[in-house]
Design a binder for this molecule. Structure first.
Ligand code: ADP
Ligand code: MG
Length: 700
């Protein structure tokens, strides 16, 4: 049996009790798990500080000096502390103990050089260090301890039960002794050579017992590469298997409807990005494999027409298609937009939402089943069991963030053969995330806006400037423009948000009085019918100002609205701010976005405001967002399997990820089953890993 499979309690110094803790607290079940517990950071013990260099930085330092006296100080209530004066040639400081005073007092040597190590804190003019780690200088010089001291992940419980960093370090030493550090290589030799990667056992040794910064860096690089490489192998293999196994319905023809539309009814020239994306999609649809593609494109980049043209391709090949969007407003907009675009074509398009009348539903169900309905556009009402297609060939999902994995899978079970799936999103996902999370998806990007758009001008203003902002709004309204004023709505403090909104509405009503101005208001507590009515009034230009919570985030399209004011902008995340801003800039006029905040801003909030002011590029914004929030928060919990990386960091290790992906693709192109003898070890490790780590599929 592989020694690394040994249960952790058998390791000398662990035992059943500690074994239990390690399992529960750190998920360490066997030797291998401990081996793969990588340090969070390292303390550089190559550096020695002088006492006059100390700063109140709360970081750990190492100092050489002598104890010149030691005394017990009473603290009252029968408590005392032990205080020693520690000196070097630059000054003096205090060492303090609260526990184990007797033992320390007896064992400490006066006037003999020590190396002490710990956190310093400043008290008045003197520095002190509580419970320092101490070692006689002589012994320190002789010891083999690594200069870079690893700090392992821990939990409060572990610390309380005495499993300190030092103890974990000891366990690690024991592990290396018992296994004699014979860890087998799992990457092919040619890759080690080409990328100058540290071999596996040297890498593991140096990650736990680094002798120098340099060796540590090499070990980290190797292990990060390995981790990302295996994930990429997994994702890409999955994609290959899907393409191989899941036969799609080939859309072989580019037929009458598509050609007719393309030649005669395009309302504008497609952008190059739109053309490129259409080509990518057509290649997929024409192949034998099922399409599983993510279409990313910023707000207003023109995804709708691409969706329509794909659905025309389906129709030309005798298939039905559907388009699902998360809200009724958005579905209505899609329906109106698409019927308008397709009005000269002879195709049957219907809409299905929660408010579709029963009599209409009946017709839809019938036409779906007898195949006379070509395109169905709807909310998740599409997912109901009653909705049965004659032959669904293509399912398009807009704004994927709002649908869960299960909902999506329901859609593609509507046929014996899964339909082609196209997911459209206006929330750009950073490239690194897309690569690691959706490595099994194909991705198309519309990275170009239709010509003639004026970039939205964004400014950041403080609440104290409100009068000036209001003046600006009045000027814009006088020019015939319309204005959004948006308030945050966050679940936890819904009541307060509601109050903010209502207070805001009142003061806006005072500052923009009737009859000169008219104001709409929309919020989550209103009945849907009232909401729609208010939206409609604004969309028809009957009101000048729309005061709203974030319900307007998705989909509203009012080209004449050219100013977006976001109140308490510091309370919104970057992607939400970007989405909100996308509500303006849809018409011919110059549009503006005004971010209102208080003066007190956290550093992160400042960065968010600066980013919004600096750029309109959704991808750039998503990269900043990723840096600020980390991948887990952006993608939600469901993908945490992929994001639970042991050592690599999707933000910091972008380049390694790219490298790993490149080599994974290259390897699988050459030898997808990993059958070559040089891939034997790799294959073994790959199978082992796949058993453990299931990677969430995006649509599955
Ligand atoms: P989104 O990607 O946000 O869904 P839409 O498909 O709603 O964007 O398109 C936004 C607007 O841009 C629509 O009014 C659409 O008609 C217009 N549009 C799309 N593509 C082009 C193009 N190539 N040239 C000019 N206007 C375009
Ligand atoms: Mg859209």
């Amino acid at each position: 049996m592989n020694l690394l499979e040994t249960p952790i309690e058998y390791l000398k110094g662990v035992g059943p009790q500690r074994g239990d803790l390690l399992r529960k607290e750190l998920g360490i079940h066997k030797y291998a798990d401990l081996l793969n517990l990588f340090p969070n950071r390292y303390i550089d013990r190559t550096r020695y500080y002088k006492i006059n260099e100390l700063q109140n930085s709360n970081s750990e330092v190492q100092i050489v000096g002598k104890i010149i006296n030691i005394k017990t100080v009473e603290q009252g209530k029968g408590k005392s502390r032990l205080v020693a004066t520690f000196v070097d040639d630059t000054g003096q400081m205090e060492l303090v103990w609260f526990q184990g005073q007797k033992w320390i007092r007896e064992s400490i040597k006066i006037n003999i050089p020590y190396v002490i190590f710990g956190k310093v804190t400043q008290f008045g003019a003197t520095y002190n260090m509580a419970h320092p780690e101490m070692e006689l200088l002589e012994e320190h010089k002789a010891s083999l301890r690594s200069a870079m001291q690893p700090v392992y992940p821990s939990t409060e419980k572990l610390a309380n039960k005495g499993i300190s960093n030092k103890v974990i370090n000891k366990m690690m030493q024991q592990l290396f002794m018992e296994t004699q550090a014979l860890f087998s290589e799992n990457l092919p030799n040619y890759l080690l050579d080409e990328l100058k990667l540290t071999p596996k056992n040297a890498a593991l040794f140096n990650i736990h017992f680094p002798k120098s910064q340099d060796l540590l860096a090499k070990a980290q690089f190797r292990l990060k590469f390995e981790e990302l490489f295996f994930i990429q192998l997994q994702l890409i293999t999955k994609n290959l298997i899907r393409k191989h196994k899941i036969k799609g319905m080939p859309f072989e023809k580019v037929g009458e409807n598509f050609n007719n539309f393309y030649k005669n009814h395009l309302p504008f020239d497609l952008t190059n990005a739109q053309k490129r994306v259409l080509k990518e999609i057509r290649n997929d649809l024409g192949s034998n494999a099922q399409m599983n593609r993510l279409l990313q494109g910023d707000v207003g980049s023109g995804k709708t027409i691409v969706a329509l043209m794909c659905m025309l391709l389906a129709k030309d090949n005798g298939f039905q298609s559907c388009l699902m969007a998360p809200t009724e407003i958005l579905v209505n907009q899609h329906f109106n937009g698409i019927t308008e675009l397709a009005k000269e074509l002879n195709i049957n398009i219907k809409i299905l939402t929660g408010s579709t009348k029963t009599s209409d539903r009946k017709i839809i169900h019938e036409e779906l089943e007898n195949g006379t309905l070509d395109i169905l556009i709807g909310t998740h009402a599409l997912l109901e069991d009653k909705v049965q297609f004659h032959n669904l060939g293509l399912a398009i999902i807009d704004e994927q963030h709002r649908f869960g994995v299960e909902q999506r899978s329901k859609l593609w079970k509507k046929n014996d053969v899964p339909p082609h799936v196209l997911v459209m999103t206006a929330t750009p996902i950073p490239r690194t995330l897309a690569m690691s999370l959706y490595g099994d998806l194909d991705i198309s990007v519309i990275d170009e806006l239709p010509p003639g758009r004026k970039p939205i001008q964004t400014v950041h203003r403080y609440d104290s400037n409100r009068l000036k902002v209001w003046k600006f709004l009045k000027d814009e309204i006088a020019k015939g423009r319309q204005v959004y004023i948006v308030y945050p709505l966050i679940q936890e403090s819904e009541k307060m948000d509601y109050k903010d909104l209502m207070d805001g509405y009142e003061s806006i009503s005072r500052d923009f009085p009737l009859p000169q101005y008219s104001i709409s208001i929309v919020h989550g507590k209103m009945k849907p019918a009232d909401k729609d009515e208010e939206m409609r009034r604004f969309a028809e230009g009957k009101t000048n100002i729309m005061v709203a919570t974030t319900v307007i985030e998705v989909g509203v399209n009012v080209p004449n609205a050219s100013v977006m004011v976001i109140e308490s902008a510091e309370r919104f995340g970057l992607s939400q701010l970007h989405q909100l801003r996308g509500r303006v800039g849809r018409g011919a006029e110059q549009s503006y976005c005004i971010l209102m905040t208080s003066h007190k801003l956290s550093n992160d909030s400042k960065i968010r405001m600066e980013t919004m002011v600096r750029t309109n590029d959704g991808f750039e914004i998503s990269e900043v967002d990723l840096k600020l929030r980390g991948p887990g928060d952006i993608m939600g919990k469901q993908q945490s399997g992929v994001l639970n990386l042991q050592i690599a960091d999707l933000v910091k290790d972008k380049d390694i990820l790219q490298l790993a992906r490149h080599h994974a693709i290259k390897l699988l192109k050459d030898d997808a089953p990993m059958e070559k003898s040089e891939h034997a070890k790799l294959r073994e490790a790959f199978i082992e890993l796949s058993k453990k780590k299931t990677i969430w599929n995006y649509i599955s």
